[in-house]
Write a protein that binds this ligand. Structure first.
Ligand code: SAM
Length: 319
């Protein structure tokens, strides 16, 4: 879009290009969501309005001029592709779209936009289909970032991993793949286990509530995209519980998108932080902010690695 305005000779030191681009950005997202929902990456358009949507997808380089999917779309926007991101697109279209629709309300009131009562995850998992959609979405993200998180540090000295809130086990499996002798246990809510077992393989499963139930013993715990969900009070509780469960020399692996220390970026971390505002209780943090939380629980020797992907990695050791 910015180039479009430059080509038209409209770029001045006060160019409207950035504002006009942001004005339109949500329409481009919605075109992709609607095309996925209608099935335009699985079949050709059939009606005049489907053709109009398909032509917009051609302009976005998601479909070729003959309406076949481009290579990126074939890999990420087809339902049955192993790398499919359709789960998270469906979740964004069905749920996040409405929650973000009242971002200003979330900012004013400081609370998420789910309206039903119950626990936070009873909103994400209102129906079993909703749960599968959300978890499939995270699985698609995890296939991109978990191998990078798993290789961010030398984990070879650890004997047993428990991936707390591990969902479909993408991180558990990525670590197990790199360390075949390590015992790798996926821990999540009982409701998630049935679906996780249809996706994950080569690992063990344990069900429970990480706030209320004891954890399986381990010398390495992982929390991927967990801490950003919750209030500071709940994070303290969880980190202290993990610290107590670890032996001396054990460690906690965290996967979250890191904010710059001065919160100047990256944009993805800010978008994720606002996403946490509209659909969860937490926010994204910088490394110094995570260090403060970790040191308060007793951890020292904290290292971080920016993966350049969807989430970064932190390793915090128990002395
Ligand atoms: N770690 C996964 C990832 O990186 O894709 C999933 C992250 S998702 C944001 C949060 C996960 O925590 C979900 O799988 C959810 O079922 C799980 N979860 C939420 N509350 C939990 C609880 N009280 N005990 C155990 N797991 C919980």
């Amino acid at each position: 879009m910015a180039n479009h305005w430059k080509q038209k000779g409209m770029t001045t030191s006060h160019s409207p290009a950035k504002i006009l681009d942001l004005l339109e950005a949500f329409r481009r997202s919605k075109v992709m969501f609607a095309a996925v929902e209608i099935g335009l990456f699985e079949r050709k358009p059939e009606t005049e309005t489907e053709v109009r949507l398909a032509e917009a997808c051609v302009s976005l380089d998601l479909l070729n001029p003959d309406f076949s999917p481009t290579p990126d779309a074939a890999r990420y926007l087809k339902r049955n592709s192993p790398d499919s991101l359709v789960g998270y697109i469906d979740f964004s279209n069905r749920a996040l779209w409405k929650l973000w629709g009242d971002l200003e309300g979330a900012v004013r009131e400081g609370t998420h936009r789910w309206t039903a009562s119950g626990t936070l995850f009873s909103n994400f998992y209102e129906t079993d289909d909703d749960m599968r959609e959300y978890l499939s979405g995270l699985h698609g993200f995890g296939r991109i970032s978990s191998p990078l998180v798993a290789s961010a540090f030398d984990l070879s000295r650890f004997k047993t991993l428990v991936d707390l809130g591990g969902a479909t086990g993408h991180l558990t499996m990525a670590i197990k793949q790199q360390h075949p002798d390590m015992r790798a246990i996926l821990f999540d809510l009982p409701r998630v286990m049935g679906f996780a077992k249809t996706i994950a393989s080569g690992i063990e499963f344990a069900e429970g509530d990480f706030f209320a139930d004891p954890f399986p013993s381990a010398d390495l715990y992982a929390v991927a995209r967990i801490l950003h969900d919750w209030t500071e009070e709940k994070i303290h509780k969880l980190l202290e519980k993990i610290y107590q469960a670890l032996p001396s020399g054990g460690a906690l692996l965290i996967a979250e998108k890191l904010m710059d220390d001065d919160h100047g970026g990256p944009i993805g971390a800010h978008m994720q932080s606002l996403n946490m505002l509209v659909c969860a209780e937490g926010r994204e943090r910088s490394l110094p902010e995570y260090e403060t939380l970790l040191r308060a629980a007793g951890f020292n020797q904290i290292q971080a690695k920016r993966t350049g992907s969807l989430v970064d990695a932190i390793l915090a050791e128990k002395p």
